[in-house]
Design a protein around this ligand. Structure first.
Ligand SMILES: NC(=O)c1ccc[n+]([C@@H]2O[C@H](COP(=O)([O-])OP(=O)(O)OC[C@H]3O[C@@H](n4cnc5c(N)ncnc54)[C@H](O)[C@@H]3O)[C@@H](O)[C@H]2O)c1
Length: 259
């Protein structure tokens, strides 16, 4: 089988370390020929992202805080410069909520931290898609994948404001798919079951979420970041040429259960 991403260029937002879902996706894309640029947030993780990016011969690693339109503009400018004005793939695997809002009661979430979670975890997809639009256009189309979770559709204890942010993200996927479809840009989400990553560690009760999946999911087992990588790679590839505006569940079937 021909490598699905030969000649394709992508930007990956959201690698923090080797456990990051974004890294699992990036490895899949790179293994099948994609040339990838990476962003990192904050000096604390810069080294780890640069080291990982070097293993896939990345031509561009740059900092980006998705809360800033100026930073996004600079990043997409750098990407355009490095990739001859074009981009084929965009991986959005970014989320944040204050740790204190991922325990206790959702009703107690203060206004500014509610908007912070929605800003970083959902609006960033809209801003990145807008910044990517001219680069996709230069290539005659493109494909975007973001990461979501069932907590945006159902109330999951402790997921709280992040669930509200994911609901916003899920709806944004559908509206972006509609807007950008005309330019042959596809927008999809992967809804993953629990995976032990840096972000997951800040969710109180994460072990309980895992235990419930094991007990109730049809497959009674956990997923891996690589399972998500495989699904995201499919959605990003030309094999999914007519798939857009959708959510693809990689959760051992947990979402299909009523109890
Ligand atoms: N781990 C899970 O169980 C799970 C399940 C479903 C969905 N997800 C989603 O997968 C995505 C990736 O998370 P992960 O589990 O790989 O954890 P992770 O901690 O490895 O990745 C989260 C990333 O978000 C980045 N980030 C946070 N705030 C940012 C900001 N202001 N600007 C730029 N980047 C910022 C972090 O630097 C990090 O790279 C998230 O959207 C998360 O909600 C995770």
């Amino acid at each position: 089988m021909a490598a699905r991403f030969e000649g394709k260029r992508g930007l990956v937002l959201g690698v923090a370390n080797k456990r990051s879902i974004a890294w699992a996706i990036a490895q899949r894309l790179a293994a099948e020929g994609a040339e990838l640029a990476f962003t990192f947030q904050g000096e604390r993780i810069e080294r780890s992202v640069r080291d990982l990016a070097a293993t896939v011969d990345s031509p561009l690693v740059t900092s980006c805080d998705v809360r800033s339109d100026e930073e996004l503009e600079r990043v997409f400018g750098e990407v355009a410069e490095r990739f001859d004005g074009g981009l084929d793939l965009l991986v959005h695997s970014v989320a944040y909520a204050a740790a204190e809002d991922l325990e206790g009661r959702f009703v107690d979430t203060p206004r500014e931290r509610f908007w912070l979670a929605v800003d970083v975890s959902a609006y960033s997809l809209v801003a990145a898609a807008r910044a990517a639009e001219p680069l996709f256009e230069a290539r005659g189309g493109g494909s975007i994948v973001t990461m979501t979770y069932l907590g945006g559709e159902r109330a999951v204890p402790h997921y709280n404001v992040m669930g509200v942010a994911k609901a916003t993200l899920d709806a944004s996927v559908r509206y972006l798919a509609w807007d950008l479809g005309e330019q042959n840009v596809r927008v999809n989400a992967v809804s993953a079951g629990p995976v032990r990553t840096l972000a997951a560690r800040s969710i109180a009760g994460f072990p309980t979420m895992e235990a419930i999946v094991e007990e109730r999911a049809p497959l009674h087992r956990h997923i891996s970041a690589d399972d998500v990588g495989a699904a995201a790679a499919f959605l990003l590839s030309d094999e999914a040429a007519n798939v857009t505006g959708t959510t693809f569940y990689v959760d051992s079937g947990f979402h299909s259960m009523g109890m």
